[in-house]
Each structure stands twice: as C-alpha cells, then as structure tokens.
Design a protein around this ligand. Sequence first.
Ligand code: PRP
Ligand code: MG
Length: 212
Amino acid sequence: MSKIRIAIQKSGRLNQDSVQILKDCGISIDNGKDQLKAETRNFPMEVMFLRNGDIPQYLRDGVVDIAIIGENVLVEKGEGIEIAERLNFSKCRVSLAIPKEVDYTDINDLTGKKIATSYPNTVNSYLADKGINAELHQISGSVEIAPNIGLADAICDIVSSGSTLFKNNLKEVEVMLTSEAVLAVSPLISSASKKILDKLRFRIQAVLKGRT
Ligand code: PRP
Ligand code: MG
C-alpha cells in the first residue's frame, strides 16, 4: 500500500507541535534520535525531518507530498504551493522593527534605510507595494543584532512573544503579515497520496475542533 510522505521541521518552533498534532490524529512516529526519516504506526505515512527553509523546494519537486510549515515560509518562497489546512499553532507576525529610541511616523521613514532580514522577498514586496526604496541585507539568523552592530537601521523578522525585540532594544513598527502553522501540499501529489491526505485532513479537522 502506498504511503504519504510528510515533511516536518527537524528542530525549532514547529517541531514539537507538529509531532503532537499527528499524535492527536492517532499517528505515532517511530523515530530514534537523530533519525531524519521515520515510519508511523496506524497510518500509511512516512515522515521526513527537514530544515524549515528547504521544505518549499521539496514540496515543489514532489520529493514530499505534504508538509507542516510556517505560513511565513510559504509567503517568502512557497509560490505555487497550496495550503490544505490552517493548524492554529505557532502563531507569529513578520514585522519591521527599529531601535527603540528612533522616532517613527510611518513607512516613509524607512526610505533609503538599510534593512536586515531573512525574508527578502516578503520585505521587497511589502516595500514595493508602498512605493518605498530601501536597501536590504539578507542574513539567515540572529537578525535582531544588526542595528546594534551598525549593520542596518531596521530589521524584519518573526515576532512571537516579542522578547527578542525587547532584549535587543527594538520596537515593532510595521506588521507585514500574520502567520501560523499550515498543512501545505505539493503541486505534484499523486492521486493515491491525495486519498490519504483526505483522511488526514478529516482527522486534523476533528482534532482542531476538539481543541477549541
Ligand atoms: C526567531 C525569530 C525571532 C524570534 C522571535 O529566532 O527569528 O528572532 O525567534 O521570537 P520572540 O518574539 O518570541 O522572541 P530564533 O530564536 O528561532 O533564532 P534564529 O533567528 O537565529 O533562527
Ligand atoms: Mg531570530
């Protein structure tokens, strides 16, 4: 019998809740520590533990059929990938922030400024939409340090509790988007996997209903 291949985050914010929602759906993962691919019990599924940022490409190439991923990652590089279910966890915002002591009136204040981010496409389209020209610096993590070390005037990153902004003396000035974990689907999913996906969606909907 065929199996559906699902990608979930290897480590990080979504990992635990992703494993939990599968468990709540009656699907337990048989994985040893550091195992990147695992079988499941009670459901025709194979789980791949991957880096967040790599998941959109795996979906696009059809290497995995579905994935649990942050919507923010799909907005950044998930063109053509559809969302099957919103999962109501790992809620966050993707925001622009500047040093606390700098005055801010509106987005025009960012004209000509340097913005450090791991989300260049998201920032570019937001700024283009508002007709603002700014200079982007792409970095892959610890973005909030950039203004303190003179690398940028502003940053754009994920805000969840707000504690990273606070600790780095930054204030949130624009919320570009709000995000949550979603179940995303490969455009190349087979009809056999699609049938399994429908069963999974049915279980997920029941679990989410039970949680509210
Ligand atoms: C993430 C994100 C923010 C922070 C937001 O960073 O990039 O910096 O969490 O969460 P908060 O509002 O609750 O503080 P992470 O710790 O995952 O590290 P990274 O940026 O180095 O990937
Ligand atoms: Mg960070």
